[in-house]
Design a binder for this molecule. Structure first.
Ligand code: HEC
Length: 97
């Protein structure tokens, strides 16, 4: 019974995160350049679908710190909280690459 509850709780968390991820990806316009599923519409932008979560987190923090002046991602990442970054990294990691 405890196991069943845990499984239900885990799948609920999964659904919430996916919904939150989709919402944030639209809110911050990630989808404009990287596509709804993390596959970019144009070869000017990298595909981020299925990329490792820790890597996505580290890239977003790097851009948020404005480490590379003039990078197009700086203006996107500066708006993100730590929670936003975690949710977005998890979301795009789980999209099929
Ligand atoms: C205006 C277009 C644009 C928007 C909007 C945008 N990005 Fe980007 N993104 C880029 C470009 C261009 C790069 C390549 C930058 C580089 O690596 O120098 C990039 C790189 C990245 C990378 C690094 C990919 C890698 O392989 O290292 C991640 C992760 C990323 N973007 C996530 C996001 C997320 C999440 C959002 C929404 C908060 C977002 N981007 C919004 C254009 C955009």
């Amino acid at each position: 019974m405890i196991l069943i509850t845990a499984v239900i709780a885990a799948s609920t968390a999964y659904a919430d995160t996916d919904e939150d991820g989709a919402r944030l990806a639209w809110k911050y316009h990630c989808v404009t350049c990287h596509g709804q599923t993390g596959i970019a519409n144009s070869d000017r932008y990298p595909n981020i679908a299925g990329q490792n979560e820790a890597y996505l987190v580290s890239r977003l923090r790097y851009f948020r710190e404005q480490a590379e002046p003039g990078n197009q991602m700086n203006a996107q990442a500066i708006q993100l909280s730590d929670d936003d970054i975690t949710i977005l990294a998890d979301y795009f990691n789980r999209k099929a690459g």
